[in-house]
Design a binder for this molecule. Sequence first.
Ligand SMILES: C[S@@+](CC[C@H](N)C(=O)[O-])C[C@H]1O[C@@H](n2cnc3c(N)ncnc32)[C@H](O)[C@@H]1O
Length: 283
Amino acid sequence: MDDALFNGWTEMLEARTGMVLHPARRSFLLTSISIRMREIGFRDPLAYFELLQSNGEGVVEWTTLVDRLTVHETCFYRHPESLQFIREQFLPESLSNHDKPYSLQVWSLGCATGEESYSLAMLIDHHLKSLGGDYYFGVTGTDISLDAIAEAKQATYGPMRLSKLPQSLLEAYFSPVEGGRYRVNESLRRRVCFAKLKIMDIDRAPMGAMDIIYCQNVLIYFERARRFEILNSAARYLAPGGLLILGPGEAPGWKPDGLERINDSNVVAYRRRADAEGSEVKL
Ligand SMILES: C[S@@+](CC[C@H](N)C(=O)[O-])C[C@H]1O[C@@H](n2cnc3c(N)ncnc32)[C@H](O)[C@@H]1O
């Protein structure tokens, strides 16, 4: 593939997903494209590129290719410090400021195959159950990859993905299935839903006001200015008192209006001030 065609690929990727592919990842792009071309019997990279510009078949093929070009590496309890913050700081404060029955809406943005979304659901369910009383919560996971979402809905995981999960949560929320794997129990699955969403379309997401938005290991694919745009949009979905959690080092220099940075060296989190105007989205 010559430089002109390579540039065409990176431009198409950025225009359609917002992701920027650095030159260092050139070989990753080339390998992914050539594996896919072989699978569907293409030999000419230009012909494959042109297929992706076409309507119909091109749109379907793009969906498959995007899945190959995105990294879905994830696991349960990937960043325990952020989850601990939610359990020990956010939930107790939020519970004391809310009317009964307590309800909570959570968004896992860039959820991959669902481990992050179910981790949040387990943590919240476990905490609220331990307090007794009436409560409701829901977790929505969104991702650009349809294949990842299909896997998330299956909710079945092998031991590698579960290795960081506290044993008590494994016992409480999973049942063993064949092949040494575990499936999230139905009672928890009912609290979690998944949908396809390109992060660049965040302003058009059909979401209401959120109490927690959790976005880790996704912004790394975007340029700094684009990260800030995405975060400004995400912040507009936060309910008063709502929490935005990012991964360490993912948005240095971001200074959002109406949010305060949480002073905790182990987590990167921002809270919409409880006295701030309501979330800018309709409930
Ligand atoms: C490395 S995984 C992170 C999963 C999870 N948040 C975690 O921290 O374990 C990154 C996810 O971001 C998704 N992603 C990448 N670009 C995206 C985009 N433009 N819109 C929505 N999701 C995107 C990928 O499909 C992938 O599932």
